[in-house]
Design a protein around this ligand. Structure first.
Ligand code: PLP
Length: 441
């Protein structure tokens, strides 16, 4: 039996009992469940880096606005499917102030988390042309969106963009698009899981090719403004978060409130359909919807069938928060900056103890410190590293499930790790390195 910081036998038994034959392919929620069980059985508190959940409290602005609306009786009334007006207007304003582009309030639609925003997008964007088949994901990426595409019976393609940054992106993208089968392109920016950030040149390439091949771009801004190398915090003033909205006409922007506003529990996000796409007519949509218009199909077809809109009170909550942000009274970026500061310290601890950061650069610039970073350890595959770290009280997820080309990396999320745990993290990493560096020599 090995002598490890967390009881070796208990961890081993729990892994076996979980039925997860390969931890490298386990989903995020499966790892969460396994670590909960190990913590309970051993009484040991883990350094939990597997789940991308906000680690900060929600603002009182949003909580109070939600409570006030409930007291006014909104819970007995169906909300409009297309969203309440104040929320639509504040979202359109937010997009103007922080992205410097114009999207009419009619195209700003609340969804049950950004998760539903991507589902609605696939339901319409991947059905607008019967000669096309599905989505091209710019990976590594958020695994559940691929599950959605699979559940819908659409096809998907993906490639790891790390090797195709800057001008190299063009040929690679075109190699997929020229098949004529791609309906939509999806990426997150900053990228979950690596924290790479696509720049203006790359977005211009995506925009140019989306026009050339008539492909809808779905831009997932779940981590809006969280490239902390730039100051995107001042409403209405440059620099602005880079966006596809400057480079093509037919696009959808997904804005999650989960991370930037720590509002994950209430499951509300916004999907913003560009004005051009909202009005566009696609005869093939008539196969599924009562109209050939994109925006109408998204709201009165897809969204109606999924949930008939979003909880009423939560819409008032988010509307109030967005108003405070737009008026400059709530500086959300200064608040979430804490994640970047924790990432800086945590990355340094890993590197000092023999680990590498496999996704380390944005072209010629070091990656920003943000919500996630990636780690690897020389000589270990992802699944082995994930399991080994469990014996040292550290949990993460494998990059294998994210569409990464690397088979030796993990994603670490900083949000649940308290600063008070840094000391434990350091000790456990030291111990890990002592035990494994020895093995390798
Ligand atoms: C890239 C990305 N997109 C979408 C989501 C889903 O966000 P929401 O909580 O708004 O459904 C997440 C959540 O982790 C994410 O990381």
């Amino acid at each position: 039996m090995k002598n490890t910081p967390v009881d070796y036998n208990i961890v081993k038994t729990r892994i076996e009992a979980s039925g997860l034959t390969n931890l490298g392919t386990a989903s995020i929620r499966e790892i969460v469940k396994l670590v909960n069980q190990i913590e309970k059985a051993t009484g040991m508190k883990f350094i939990r880096m597997e789940m991308g959940a906000p680690g900060l409290p929600a603002s009182q602005i949003v909580v109070n606005a939600e409570i006030d609306s409930l007291k006014r009786g909104v819970s007995s009334v169906y909300p409009n499917i297309e969203g309440i007006n104040p929320l639509k207007e504040e979202t359109s304003r937010f997009i103007k102030l922080f992205l410097d582009i114009d999207i009419n309030p009619q195209g700003c639609i609340p969804t049950v988390g950004s998760m539903m925003g991507s589902m609605v997008s696939f339901l319409v964007a991947n059905r607008n042309d019967k000669t096309k088949e599905g989505t091209l994901f710019l990976d590594p990426g958020f695994p559940v969106q691929k599950t959605q595409v699979k559940l819908l019976g659409h096809t998907y393609h993906s490639f790891d963009i790390f090797e195709y940054r800057g001008s190299k992106l063009k040929n690679k993208l075109e190699s997929y698009l020229k098949s004529g089968k791609i309906s939509s392109i999806l990426y997150s920016n900053p990228n979950n899981p690596t924290w790479m950030c696509l720049n203006e040149e790359e977005l211009a390439i995506i925009g140019e090719l989306s026009r050339k091949y008539d492909v809808i771009v779905i831009e997932d801004l779940a981590y809006f403004g969280m490239d902390f190398r730039k100051d995107y915090s001042k409403p209405g003033l440059p620099p602005f978060q880079p966006t596809i909205g400057r480079y093509t006409d037919d696009y959808i922007i997904l804005i999650s409130s989960s991370k930037i506003f720590s509002y994950a529990g209430q499951r509300i996000g916004m999907m913003a359909i560009s004005d051009h796409l909202f009005e566009r007519q696609y005869p093939d949509l008539l196969r599924y919807y009562s109209t050939d218009k994109f925006g109408h199909s998204a709201i009165f077809g897809a969204l109606y069938a999924l949930s008939a809109g979003v909880a009423h009170s939560v819409q008032y909550g988010l509307a109030a928060l967005l108003k405070a942000v737009n008026d400059g009274n709530y500086r959300f970026i200064s608040i979430v900056k804490e994640y970047g500061e924790k990432a800086r310290v945590m990355k340094a601890l890993f590197v000092a103890n023999g680990f590498k950061i496999p996704y380390d650069m944005d072209l010629d610039e070091p990656l920003a410190d943000g919500f996630y970073f990636t780690i690897s350890y020389p000589g270990m595959k992802s699944s082995e590293l994930l399991e080994e770290l469990l014996y040292y009280g550290i949990s993460a997820i494998s990059l294998d499930i994210t569409g990464s080309n690397r088979n030796d990396g993990l994603r670490a999320c900083v949000s649940y790790v308290a600063r008070e745990q840094f000391h434990d993290l350091e000790n456990r990493l030291k111990r890990f390195n002592e035990d494994h560096a020895l093995k390798m020599n």
